[in-house]
Design a protein around this ligand. Structure first.
Ligand SMILES: [Zn+2]
Length: 242
């Protein structure tokens, strides 16, 4: 009777480990930023850019509301369209590393994880003049080796607390119904959206742009801030410890 019991426990342990690897709020494999303390703030984050034309349209929408956001960029697209990266920086937004080619890092050996992060860092440093500080793993996939490579490179992992499921959204409305109710909380939520697509450059993100415009209109009294502007900790929101 012992054997079946053991296998039940191992299955539970394995599935918990799986949860810790991919779930945005899990802290089992090391501290990652998932939200801030100030309910007057919202941190919009956009992954998988730069993208044409949706990143630039998003910059227009954000500028109309004097909102700041954070863009987690894919290195190969940075190489392809450095002009869009420069436009993001010029508009005062924050930029983070989202790897060079967007693999799921939990399946890669440590050496390849390091290469992905370093190649993206180099692409960004060529445009920014310095290496980025923030990092978001593709698909939220992480494990101890991923976080320790990130730490070696001086990168702070940033996850999210609210997702718009916009990568396959069929309307702006469908994104809003997932995001808006979650923003009435008593803390600063980090919202995951996408201005690009990891499968190919040029993904249609018009629904995300429209959903962002409506979110900004819905919350005129909230401050839309970049990740490093999240208040309430000694390093402007990005002091993380393992
Ligand atoms: Zn991504």
């Amino acid at each position: 009777m012992l054997l079946p019991l053991i296998s039940v426990f191992s299955a539970a342990a394995a599935s918990y480990a799986g949860y810790a690897t991919m779930a945005p709020q899990s802290q089992l494999y090391g501290r990652t930023l998932t939200h801030g303390p100030d309910p007057d703030q919202i941190a919009l984050t956009f992954d998988d850019g730069p993208n044409d034309p949706h990143t630039l349209r998003l910059l227009d929408v954000l500028a109309q509301h004097e909102a700041k956001a954070t863009f987690f960029l894919v290195g190969k697209y940075v190489r392809q369209r450095p002009d869009i990266v420069r436009a993001i920086v010029a508009a005062g937004h924050e930029i983070g590393n989202h790897t060079y080619s967007h693999p799921n890092l939990i399946f890669l050996p440590r050496r390849r994880v390091r290469q992905e992060l370093e190649d993206c860092n180099k692409a960004l440093a060529d445009e920014l003049g310095h290496k980025p500080v923030l990092f978001r793993p593709p698909f939220g996939g992480r494990r101890p080796a991923v976080l320790s490579v990130a730490r070696d490179l001086g990168l702070k992992p940033v996850m999210w607390s609210v997702t718009g499921y916009d990568w396959n959204a069929t309307s702006a409305e469908s994104i809003l119904t997932k995001v808006a109710p979650r923003l009435k909380s008593r803390r600063a939520e980090i919202v995951l959206l996408h201005d690009g697509g990891h499968l190919a450059f040029g993904a249609d993100r018009s629904h995300t742009v429209e959903a962002t415009r409506r979110l900004l209109e819905m919350y005129p009294n909230k401050r839309f801030v970049s990740i490093s502007m999240l208040a309430g900790n000694p390093d402007k929101g990005i002091a993380l410890k393992d």
